[in-house]
Design a protein around this ligand. Structure first.
Ligand SMILES: Cc1cc2nc3c(=O)[nH]c(=O)nc-3n(C[C@H](O)[C@H](O)[C@H](O)COP(=O)(O)OP(=O)(O)OC[C@H]3O[C@@H](n4cnc5c(N)ncnc54)[C@H](O)[C@@H]3O)c2cc1C
Length: 366
């Protein structure tokens, strides 16, 4: 992993790089003792969110000699880089479908992931028969969330640990989890939740909350289907900017997937907004009704159907810079919504925050 550039990239020789892999679902009171800046001279750093932005930020900080703690509300890594596994051995990439890599740092990361077998290229047949895209499409192996896992090695991630409240204490930060546990005070707090959720958590920081209000994100209903027989569609991917179903994909066309006939369908932002409060069962029914038209033929028998609502899926109006930070440079807020709704932008936001945090750690206010 390349280090952040500039002064912030300097590895403080008093910091000992952890060789532990601490990805646990331990609740805070059962968790390993948290090292705080009272016990060592290290600044203590909390990161909210174990999606690409949070984990990239933590990775760069760890490689720079810091020891951040990541709090993640769900039971797995990856956030919207997600893979749903069923009890019947099916797997669906129901969030991000593929990544593109344009910045040198993200290209390096993706190249390493491909070399390690955690990623591969995907060249699906598209609706018009072409199987090429303007960018290379890269997928995680065996699922999209595999892209985050190698980055998380050695990072102290607290899974199933939702942050309910953040309280400022002078220049420092208390983090309170939903079960009422209050984590030791942190010198620096990084929040990578989707912008509307970050805005709620940070309502006591008016300048940050106001700036977050300018970001907009659209929802997306995702339908996951498997069929008893092959769907004889002449494409693997069909996109539409005007239809109710924006994305119809034979998930099984990705390399290193099972041979089952799995499909993922994303409703358009408009349809998802109009049907946001449907139950998952109703969303399945309504989206399945729309599918034969989108595929252009009757469908074989469905043997699995489920739906997931992404309330904050896609960034429609980004912030326009890599992150926000408080005047005292103890609070950093970023995520894909900062630069645009893509995995690579989440990575860039996380990387930029790590660089800024490392710089801020040299001049912490007291
Ligand atoms: C349906 C869909 C399709 C997409 N398709 C593509 C695509 O094809 N290509 C592409 O590049 N991008 C795609 N994207 C966008 C891509 O998934 C995101 O840009 C990227 O994954 C965002 O990463 P992130 O770390 O910024 O946010 P997230 O992945 O959302 O991570 C934020 C994390 O914070 C956690 N969190 C939030 N609040 C709290 C709290 N209070 N306490 C603790 N943890 C908390 C969340 O659980 C989550 O894990 C798609 C997204 C969706 C939903």
């Amino acid at each position: 992993m390349p280090r952040p550039t500039g002064q912030s990239a300097t590895v403080n020789p008093t910091y000992r790089r952890s060789s532990r892999i601490i990805v646990s679902d331990a609740l805070p009171d059962e968790a390993a003792v948290i090292v705080t800046s009272e016990q060592t001279s290290q600044p203590s750093i909390a990161i909210i969110g174990a999606g690409m932005a949070g984990i990239a930020c933590a990775r760069y900080l760890l490689d720079g000699g810091f020891r951040p703690i990541v709090f993640e509300k769900s039971r797995g890594l990856g956030g919207r880089l997600a893979t749903r596994r069923t009890d019947h051995g099916l797997a669906f990439d129901h969030g991000a479908q593929y990544v593109t890599a344009r910045s040198p740092q993200f290209r390096t990361f993706v190249g390493d992931a491909i070399a390690r077998g955690a990623a591969d290229y995907w060249r699906p047949v598209q609706r018009n028969g072409a199987d090429v895209q303007s960018d290379e499409w890269i997928i995680g192996v065996p699922g999209m969330n595999s892209l985050v896992k190698p980055l998380a090695e050695g990072i102290d991630v607290r899974l199933a640990c939702q942050v309910a409240n953040i309280r400022r204490h002078g220049y420092r930060w208390w983090v309170e989890t939903v079960d009422g546990a209050v984590e030791p005070i942190f010198d620096i707090l990084v929040c990578t939740a989707p912008a509307p959720q970050a805005q709620q958590l940070l309502s006591a920081e008016p300048a940050i909350a106001d700036a977050l209000g300018a970001v907009s994100m659209a929802p997306c209903w995702a339908l996951m289907l498997s069929f008893a027989m092959a769907v004889e569609a002449p494409f693997d991917v069909r996109r539409s900017t005007s239809d109710d179903l924006a994305w119809v994909v034979r998930d099984a066309s990705k390399p290193h997937r099972s041979s089952r006939e799995t499909w993922v369908i994303h409703a358009s932002p408009d349809w998802s907004r109009r049907h946001l409060e449907l139950s998952a069962a109703d969303a399945v029914q309504r989206m399945v009704e729309l599918l034969p038209d989108a595929v252009g033929m009757p469908l074989p028998q469905i043997d699995h159907a489920s739906a997931h609502r992404w309330r904050y899926a896609l960034t429609t109006s980004p912030l326009g810079r890599a992150y926000l930070c408080s005047d005292d440079r103890t609070l950093f807020v970023g995520g894909d919504w900062a630069l645009g709704g893509r995995v690579e932008y989440a990575f860039e936001s996380g990387r930029a925050m790590a660089e800024a945090v490392a710089e801020a750690a040299l001049h912490l206010p007291r």
